[in-house]
Design a protein around this ligand. Structure first.
Ligand code: FDA
Length: 497
């Protein structure tokens, strides 16, 4: 396999025998740019990067199989895109010069809820908002534990784990996947049984792109009460944010599973955002006894249904449930993000220093998601996602700058702040969340035509700890030639015998 052999004519000809021409775009197609940019979510990737030569927007399984077969035959690699939210844009761009095609699943996005057995089949091209909306229509006591942002794509999100406001009660999105449909590097259509237990294990949290194209996921829906309660309590540094945050680290991971309190720390304010699976009357005594330091009271409670909490928490109090179907997002800022895990509470003095970092010009923000409950009760090797027992919380660092700007000061801030945090977060490895992809953690090195297992350890053990090796063996089973590849895909480990 050599992408240097790629010939646009023969690839396109192969595709056009099996896929209608209106689903194929070359760089000279009038709508190539609009199709490509439709789900670019970070304006910094609009320019100065290697773009695809072809885009394919399949409408059914046979188109996806044909794209793989033609790609292999003609030496063209595919990058799969579902929602396009990858933090490094790897679903539609390459760091290095390369002729590749984007397989964009935007037209494969059905959600079929099966009420009677509380399951659903969700296509990868659906957004989380479309999935939540369909579940909400099925009644007010079913839900699904996945991320907060409604425009995130199911395909990439489930592939990397996926967590949100139900993580303490029900774990990751990937923890609740019970079957999947995969097109592998030979173009075969496989389900849970035919792909084998290692591959089915790997696709539920081992990261996108590596194992093939997941077209559809069967998920187990979860139970929620008809009334849930949300609240938001901002605490400034002058109001005691350092003390409240210091206390939160021990309290939040040990609360009852029905309650999550996450924190956004920005400027000199820590904003505590919560979802409780129950009424305000039931929540108040829990808050009084477990976390009186926050000063939460009845006036903070907002009671609603679970589906109403989705727009309320992410889009604000004036957003409606229909708003979670909106796929367009503002493209006015670029961003850079990275992540950490905290296993030992950070001291008060260090929090004071953290607030001075956040007060610097060009500073970004921190999002703290507490673990404990279900997400922490699953054994580390049960799925590729290893950040389980003993994790107090996940930190996401993010910084923003105006679209079109270089963001040098903001990137420097995040890099320096990440270095400052090293003594206070997990070590050996310094853990990171695969869905908050960061190429500064390391990139693959291709040796002899395949990504190197040894070189991949640098970033792979941060995302997957001891599960990295099993992921590489699963990759060796399903795609030993490393056809599905990007800068942080799992390298194949082929064991003899
Ligand atoms: P995208 O299409 O870019 O794909 C991501 C990766 O998966 C790429 O490598 C791609 O090739 C591969 N891939 C995509 N579809 C595939 C398929 N069908 N089969 C195989 N591989 C596939 N995370 C979280 O856990 N909780 C949260 O609340 C949020 N919130 C959030 C908000 C915003 C604004 C952003 C930008 C991101 C998040 N995330 C998140 C992170 C998010 O989970 C992560 O970026 C996902 O990988 C995005 O999935 P998409 O399908 O949108 O991305």
């Amino acid at each position: 396999f050599s992408s240097s052999l790629a010939s646009s004519d023969s690839f396109l000809q192969c595709l056009s025998e099996k896929i209608p021409s209106e689903l194929l775009y070359t760089q000279s197609s009038p709508s190539f740019t609009s199709v490509l940019e439709a789900t670019i979510r970070n304006p910094k990737f609009l320019t100065n990067t290697t773009r695809p030569v072809w885009i394919i927007t399949p409408t059914n399984v046979s188109h996806v199989q044909a794209a793989v077969v033609c790609g292999r035959q003609e030496g063209v690699r595919l990058r799969v895109r579902s929602g396009g939210h990858d933090y490094e844009g790897l679903s539609y761009r390459s760091e290095r010069p390369e002729s590749f095609a984007v397989l964009d699943l935007v037209k494969i996005r059905a959600v079929r809820v099966e009420n009677q057995n509380a399951t659903a089949w969700v296509d990868s091209g659906a957004t989380l908002g479309e999935m939540y909306y369909a579940i909400g229509k099925a009644g007010n006591q079913l839900a699904f534990p996945a991320g907060l942002c409604p425009t995130v794509g199911v395909g990439g999100h489930f592939s990397g784990g996926g967590f949100g406001m139900l993580l303490r009660k029900y774990g990751l999105a990937a923890d609740n996947v019970i079957d999947a449909v995969l097109v592998d590097a030979k173009g075969r259509l496989l389900d849970k049984n035919s792909m084998g237990s290692n591959v089915f294990w790997a696709i539920r949290g081992g990261g996108g792109e590596s194992f093939g194209i997941v077209l559809s996921w069967k998920i187990k829906l979860v139970a929620v009460p008809p009334t849930v309660t949300a609240f938001r309590v901002p605490v400034t540094i002058n109001q005691g944010a350092v003390d409240v945050l210091t206390r939160w680290q021990d309290v939040a991971p040990a609360l009852p599973d029905d309650l999550i309190i996450r924190v956004v720390v920005q400027g000199q304010t820590a904003t505590f955002q919560s979802l409780y699976l129950g009424t305000c009357d039931a929540l108040l005594p829990v808050m009084r006894s477990r976390f009186p330091e926050l000063g939460m009271n009845r006036s903070h409670c907002k009671e609603m249904t679970w589906i109403q909490s989705v727009p309320y928490i992410y889009l604000g109090s004036s957003a409606t449930v229909e708003d979670i179907l909106n796929r367009t997002i503002a493209m006015d800022t670029s961003n850079k993000a990275t992540s950490d895990y905290v296993r030992q509470a950070i001291t008060k003095d260090v929090w004071t220093e953290i607030f001075s970092w956040l007060a610097q010009p060009n500073a970004g923000l921190m999002i703290l998601d507490p673990y404990g409950g279900k997400i922490s009760s699953i054994p580390e090797a049960a799925t590729p996602f290893p950040h389980r027992g003993g994790v107090l919380y996940n930190i996401q660092y993010m910084n923003f700058w105006r679209a079109g700007g270089g963001g040098d000061a903001q990137r420097t801030w995040i890099r320096d702040f990440y270095a400052f945090m090293a003594p206070y977060v997990s070590k050996n490895p310094r853990e990171a969340y695969a869905n908050y992809r960061d190429l500064d953690l390391g990139e693959n090195v291709v040796v002899g035509g395949v990504s190197s297992y040894e070189a991949g350890k640098v970033w792979g053990e941060k995302y997957f700890k001891g599960n990295y090796q099993r992921l590489a063996m699963a990759k060796g089973e399903i795609d030993p030639d490393d056809y599905f590849r990007n800068e942080q895909s799992i390298p194949p480990l082929v064991t003899s015998g």
